[in-house]
Design a protein around this ligand. Structure first.
Ligand code: CA
Length: 226
């Protein structure tokens, strides 16, 4: 689970990151609307925390642009402005929730968790293919009624594959989701996790197959032969 923090106050960013991590949520951060637009164009985040007062562009314009482009990522708007009109503007521009500064860290975490749980967001709770299912909240894997707890990164790889099943998932997508913008990704890191996941799925008896599409990424299909 990875969220994007769009906030130019570095002190606040560092507090937010620590608070989110305690709640089991990883975060990338950017300090300008331009960098945010770039990050959102290249990565898929579970949610965005958006400060309205950014140095280069108003957060509201960024949000409007996102929604116009069809991006439905849940967005929680942060602002120092306390007026009702700003709140309404934010919600009209497509924000899912709103929090005025100053706020308690616990409240922000609780609001983000609520956004991630909200039905109708991009986060389907249970993803299935063949005899395999993944509960995206409990992170448990089910095969033929048996329950498995795979390691976190192998589970993250599986989630991406299931969300894209039938389509090739680009290698870049795995690197982004597993390691974030700041992560140092070894050239074989994704291969290693895919290899481990193949073994876990095979041992569990899952009737799915991970295909390597050379130079592009990976594809998950149902393996009807078993
Ligand atoms: Ca600001």
């Amino acid at each position: 689970m990875r969220v994007l923090l769009v906030e130019d106050n570095t002190e606040l960013v560092s507090l937010l990151k620590k608070g989110l991590l305690r709640g089991g949520v990883d975060a990338d951060s950017v300090g300008t609307a331009g960098d945010a637009a770039h990050a959102l164009a290249t990565m898929t985040y579970a949610a965005v925390v958006l400060d309205l007062g950014l140095p280069d562009e108003d957060g509201i314009s960024l949000l409007r642009g996102l929604r116009r482009g069809g991006d439905a990522t849940p967005v929680l708007v942060l602002t120092a402005r306390d007026g009702v009109s700003d709140r309404v503007t934010g919600l009209r521009a497509g924000a899912d929730d709103y929090l005025a500064k100053p706020f308690a860290m616990e409240e922000l975490i609780a609001r983000i968790e609520a956004l991630l749980r909200r039905p109708g967001s991009l986060l389907g709770r249970r993803l299935t293919l063949g005899n395999l299912a993944l509960d995206t909240e409990s992170r448990q894997v089910f095969v033929e009624g048996g329950t498995h707890a795979f390691p976190a990164r192998e589970t993250a790889v599986l989630e991406i594959l299931l969300r894209r099943s039938g389509n090739v998932a680009a290698k870049r997508l795995f690197e982004d989701q597993l390691f974030g913008l700041s992560g140092d990704v070894g050239s074989n890191a994704v291969e290693v996790y895919v290899h481990r996941l193949r073994k876990l799925l095979g041992d569990a008896g899952a009737t799915v197959k991970i295909h390597t599409v050379r130079g592009v990424g990976y594809l998950l299909t149902e393996d009807k032969v078993g």
